[in-house]
Write a protein that binds this ligand. Structure first.
Ligand code: NOJ
Length: 559
């Protein structure tokens, strides 16, 4: 077998903590979007007992942890990322007792639980916001959020030009009980998601209490939503956002995002994580200049940060290799491990992305119900399977999104009448949003909702899903589910070190890396078959015949 070209060594890191405490460094984390996973009571919505009922499935899949997207009480203005109460379970999803049962069932089979913490904004039904609305401008109740007088002669213009991620202004004006216009409040997302003011110590205390609440119930870690936006420069006059359509500035000078002070918040959180044994873990969803991402992953902060670089890359050898080199090096600068993501609840599923011509405008593709630009589903799935093996062979943590183990495609043709993502309305129906990735899972080939539950599902499932249902794939050699199961079993055996070396392939469209224990991963991004080096093929995303790796596939080899 060819010798490694180089080894990326993390030699200057402090010794790794005890094995169990460091579980997150190389974990396979499975994201559950609770309302779309499994419905135990037939109301059309997935729920916590539904997740518990499938813990056996997840254990068999071979994951290390479940990340639960928000399951808190919510009016669902943003799919649950509008939280009414951070320390409870939405009644339609279950109870705290159900949650405890899930934690118990998961822990019994060695699966950790990560909950989603949404600290940038609450919902507009949160007790604090209700109190703020009932209180006078300038009151302590209003100081937990960002209320400001309007500008212009009569205050009818918003306090600044900041815009919402979902489209439209980031400010909404209140109207008092007599119908008179009042102050404005800030929401970087939907109007139902008012932003907290993190310069207020009460907000800090509230979230420390929430972190302890879930840690005391046994959760092992947290995924931190919009982690880069908590600290804001709210000094008057409010500054305009700089005209930086690309990356955020490198010096932390943006008024809203990735400010240096945000890390003071996470230092406080770290102190709470370290009150527990083993310490609780966290992963930041932070958007910053790529060079500043690692700041969130410091051991004195959240410890790990998502990078979405692989998710954003085309299925392309040079792009994949570059992403890996950059992300491993970045994570190593702070002693963290890298994360890898191909799909989540916010993006078009990768089995579809990879089946569309590179550069396709995905919003436009969705808007046209997937009809105008033709999706090559077979190619998308072939590439998705290859990318999965590539990702699982990397050092660091892999985050899967529910259904990718089935090779599910995006549901591009959801009719406008069922869309629930606020993006659809806020962009005045010019973007369909993310519902196509959130369609409830198919568990069985038969049945009204393919085994999701006994009632009509909250989003309609495509008929084609009867072919991709879990019971159609389980035990079927070559199915995507069996590929994932097999690969994750081997990964458990081989994922022992945090480094890799690159092996020259002589082909620009073939990437080969090897881990110090002799675990090789070869990915052929091109069309021509590639002659694999000597070794035992442990798993491959497409049949390897005569030692040749077909186009758009990956294989793992050991000696
Ligand atoms: C990121 C979440 O992943 C997304 O679903 C949500 O809309 C925003 N944060 C706002 O909470």
């Amino acid at each position: 077998m060819p010798a490694p070209e180089s080894l990326l060594l993390d030699s200057d890191l402090s010794p790794h903590p005890a094995l169990d405490a460091a579980w997150w460094r190389q974990a396979v984390v499975y994201q559950v979007y609770p309302r779309s996973f499994a419905d135990s009571d037939g109301d059309g919505l997935g729920d916590i007992p539904g997740v518990t009922s499938r813990v056996g499935y997840l254990a068999e899949l071979g994951i290390d942890a479940i990340w639960l997207s928000p399951f808190y009480p919510s009016a669902l203005a943003d799919g649950g990322y509008d939280v009414d109460d951070y320390r409870d379970v939405a009644p339609e999803l279950g109870t705290l007792t159900d949650f405890d049962a899930l934690v118990g069932a998961a822990h019994a089979v060695g699966i950790k639980i990560i909950v989603d913490i949404v600290p940038n904004h609450s919902s507009n039904r949160h007790a604090w916001f209700t109190e703020a609305l009932a209180s006078a401008p300038g009151s302590a109740a209003r100081a937990r959020y960002v209320f400001r007088d309007g500008t212009g002669p009569d205050g009818s213009l918003p306090p600044s030009d900041w815009t919402s991620h979902f489209g439209g202004p980031a400010w909404t004006r209140l109207v008092d009980a007599d119908g008179n216009p009042e102050q404005w409040y800030l929401h970087l997302f939907a109007p139902e998601q008012p932003d907290f003011d993190w310069s207020n110590p009460e907000v800090h205390e509230e979230f420390l209490t929430t972190l302890r609440f879930w840690a005391d119930r046994g959760v092992d870690g947290y995924r931190v939503d919009v982690a880069h936006a908590l600290a804001k420069d709210l000094s008057e006059p409010l500054r305009s956002k700089p005209e930086t359509p690309g990356e955020l500035p490198l010096d932390g000078s943006d008024p809203l995002f990735d400010r240096d002070e945000v890390h003071e918040i996470y230092a406080e959180w770290r102190a709470v994580f370290d009150e527990y044994d083993p310490p609780r873990t966290a992963v930041a969803e932070a958007f910053s200049a790529p060079e500043r991402r690692a700041l969130y992953a410091r051991p004195t902060g959240l410890g790990q940060a998502f990078n979405f670089d692989l998710l954003k890359a085309d299925f392309d050898a040079a792009q994949f290799r570059e992403v890996v080199e950059f992300c491993l090096a970045q994570a190593a600068t702070v002693g963290s491990s890298s994360t890898w993501v191909l799909s989540n609840h916010d993006v078009v599923r990768h089995a579809s992305r990879y089946g569309l011509p590179a550069g396709t405008d995905l919003d436009d593709w969705l808007l046209k119900d997937g009809l105008e630009t033709l999706l090559d589903e077979e190619q998308g799935l072939r590439r998705a399977r290859a990318a999965a093996l590539f990702m699982f062979a990397l050092p660091g943590s892999a985050y899967l999104y529910q259904g990718e183990e089935l090779g599910l495609q995006e549901v591009a043709d959801l009719p406008a009448s069922v869309l629930q993502d606020p993006i659809w309305l806020r962009t005045l129906n010019t973007k369909k949003g993310r519902d196509g990735a959130r369609v409830p899972l198919p568990w069985t080939a038969e049945g009204q909702t393919y085994g999701f539950g006994s009632g009509a599902s909250w989003l309609p499932q495509p008929a084609a899903w009867s072919r991709t249902a879990v019971d159609r794939q389980a035990g079927v050699e070559g199915s995507t589910l069996e590929l994932y199961r097999h690969a994750l079993r081997i990964r458990h055996e081989l994922q022992t070190e945090e480094t890799l070396g690159w092996v020259e392939t002589g082909r620009a469209d073939v990437v080969h890396f090897v881990r110090p224990n002799g675990w090789h991963c070869v990915t052929n991004f091109g069309a021509e078959p590639y002659a694999l080096p000597d070794g035992v093929v442990r798993v491959a995303s497409a049949p390897v015949e005569g030692g040749r790796l077909p186009g758009e596939s990956s294989a793992w080899l050991t000696a």
